[in-house]
Design a protein around this ligand. Structure first.
Ligand code: FBP
Length: 253
């Protein structure tokens, strides 16, 4: 059962991953932000000072704010995205950045969302297949945001659907899969088992109290998760560095 984690590249520390996600401006829009964190510099400063193993952003932020993160935190560039103005029924996340552009921006890992079970799943499989092949040319790891979603998916956060999506990420060649937490340790163990050597990290989800969120982080790790890619629970927190320190005590070793 040897797995030395070398495929995780530079965004892992001792096999653990703690990514600060700030792609919500595209995925959710300004409703996620307040007057402070609407400024990308505010969030990028947290990424730089927080000791995260990576920062997940879209190419526009990467281009316009390079001096805020470059050399301070590893870059996970999201290559596709969509807004939530589009109905979930037929969801597709289109590719908006190429691997070549990502490399030019100094990327350390490539991020890509797949809506598993969507009527447009085949297109995302096709796009991601090409990304995996190109990533190998550059020796870059891939991170799949694997979200069961669409009119054929009744329960996006069920253990059955999430573990199937995690397995899909493994089968498609992803190094890391990011999924929504399924609610308890036993269920999440099944997700981790289904993903095999593709490391599982959990999304943070919408803002919770510090205690509830840290309890969730502990459960993710107890289930064998490799870490988190968290956004709102950090940069919507009144004390983002303090909560980051608490998260790091649990996730990083
Ligand atoms: P949060 O920790 O803020 O939940 O971010 C995780 C994330 O996966 C983001 O990277 C992404 O923008 C968003 O959630 C997608 O959320 P949704 O489930 O609404 O598509």
């Amino acid at each position: 059962m040897k797995d030395n984690n070398t495929h995780l590249g530079k965004i892992a520390r001792n096999g653990r991953v703690l990514v600060l996600a700030m792609d919500q401006g595209l995925e959710h829009g300004p409703r996620d932000f307040n007057s402070k964190n609407i400024d990308p510099e505010y969030v990028l400063d947290i990424a730089a000072k927080g000791g995260f193993t990576g920062l997940a952003i879209q190419k526009g932020i990467a281009r316009h704010y390079k001096e805020c993160y470059s050399g301070k935190v590893r870059l996970v560039l999201k290559l596709n995205g969509r807004t939530n103005m589009v109905p979930k029924d037929d969801c597709y996340s289109s590719q908006i950045a190429s691997v070549k552009e990502a490399v030019a921006l100094g990327v350390d890992a490539l991020g890509y969302t797949i809506y598993v079970g969507s009527p447009r799943e085949a297109e995302m499989f096709h796009d991601f297949g090409k990304i995996v092949a190109e990533a190998a040319d550059y020796g870059l790891p891939t991170v799949v945001w694997a979200y069961p979603r669409g009119k054929h998916v009744p329960e996006e956060k069920s253990v059955e659907m999430v573990s199937y999506s995690a397995r899909v990420a493994l089968e498609l060649g992803a190094d890391i899969v990011k999924v929504n937490y399924t609610g308890n340790v036993d269920g999440f163990k099944k997700v981790v088992a289904a993903a095999g050597r593709c490391k599982v990290i959990s999304a943070g989800g919408s803002k919770q109290s510090d205690a509830d969120f840290l309890a969730k982080v502990k459960e993710v790790m107890a289930a064998g998760g490799a870490g988190l890619a968290v956004g709102r629970n950090v940069w919507q927190n009144d004390n983002p560095i303090k909560i980051t320190e608490e998260i790091k005590k649990i996730v990083l070793k």
